[in-house]
Design a protein around this ligand. Structure first.
Ligand SMILES: [Fe+2]
Length: 266
């Protein structure tokens, strides 16, 4: 068993990726997905094995005494464990989505992720017109962030995100967000993001999805710390949120941090 640096006692079984929660840690629900459910997003759908376990999502993980704090700030959290390996040549990934417009707001809501075990590539795909249903999805910006344990990433508004496991074992990552509608359909109708991540003869290779038009150049990037947004690589998100919940107010009100968010990864 591997102890995850989550700010709560959480361990991961290293073969199966199953999580075990320590005494006093509550988890509201568990959902699992198989590759058959995401085969329409694969580089080669023939290679996705219908019954093979893809990822497990553990939702709302906290100590009982911290529950009122999450409720007060309307914050939800979770841990996803994404299994290692390849679908044909493509590295295992989750489905990815855009966050929907919350009522009365001018932008979609951001989210924060942290890698708890393993190595990940996060694809960030920005599109202000993601809700338009005709023609190819227009992408303004496409980035791939390489993250390792302890590193964190803020997903800006209007940006779809999906996670790829590029390590050898199950990859665990945590998230923190304000609940909002999630849109999987713009990605589904394009059969994935603008870029697929393959492993060919041991080397990672980015391969464009030919269904997109005028795809911008892929930017390969690394995450950064940002104390103003509660992002420190040596403090788990759970601990950072419980200690200073107001620091994460931008998750529900991104307009307050527009400039910091815009400049974060430039
Ligand atoms: Fe999300």
């Amino acid at each position: 068993m591997k102890a995850l640096n989550y700010g709560l006692p959480v361990q991961m079984e290293e073969e199966t990726g199953e999580l075990k929660f320590g005494e006093g840690v509550l988890c509201a629900g568990v959902k699992a997905k198989c590759f058959g459910e995401i085969k329409n997003l694969a580089y080669d759908p023939e290679e996705a094995q219908d019954g093979e376990h893809c990822y497990t999502f553990y939702q709302d993980i906290w100590k009982e005494q911290d529950a009122p704090l999450f409720a007060k700030h309307r914050i939800t959290n979770g841990i996803t464990v994404l299994m290692p390996g390849l679908m044909g040549y493509e590295c295992h990934k989750n489905s990815g989505h855009y966050h929907g417009m919350a009522e009365g707001r001018a932008s979609t809501l951001p989210e924060v992720y942290e890698v708890l075990s393993g190595r990940a590539v996060f694809f960030l795909q920005q599109s202000h017109s993601f809700l338009e249903e005709s023609g190819p999805l227009q992408v303004e910006r496409l980035r791939a962030f390489f993250l390792t344990e302890g590193e964190k990433l803020v997903i800006p508004p209007f940006t779809a995100h999906c996670v790829v496991n590029v390590g050898k074992g199950p990859m665990a990552f945590g998230n923190l967000a304000v609940p909002c509608p999630l849109h999987y359909e713009p990605i589904a109708r394009m059969h994935g993001f603008g870029m697929y991540l393959l492993r060919i003869q041991g080397q990672l290779a980015f391969v464009p999805n030919p269904r997109y038009r005028d795809l911008p150049l892929l930017e390969v990037a690394r995450p950064k710390e940002c104390p103003e947004l509660g992002i420190s690589f040596d403090t788990p998100l759970y601990a950072a949120f419980v200690r200073r919940p107001d620091t994460f107010a931008y998750l529900g009100h991104p307009g307050q941090c527009d400039q910091i968010l815009a400049a974060l990864y430039e």
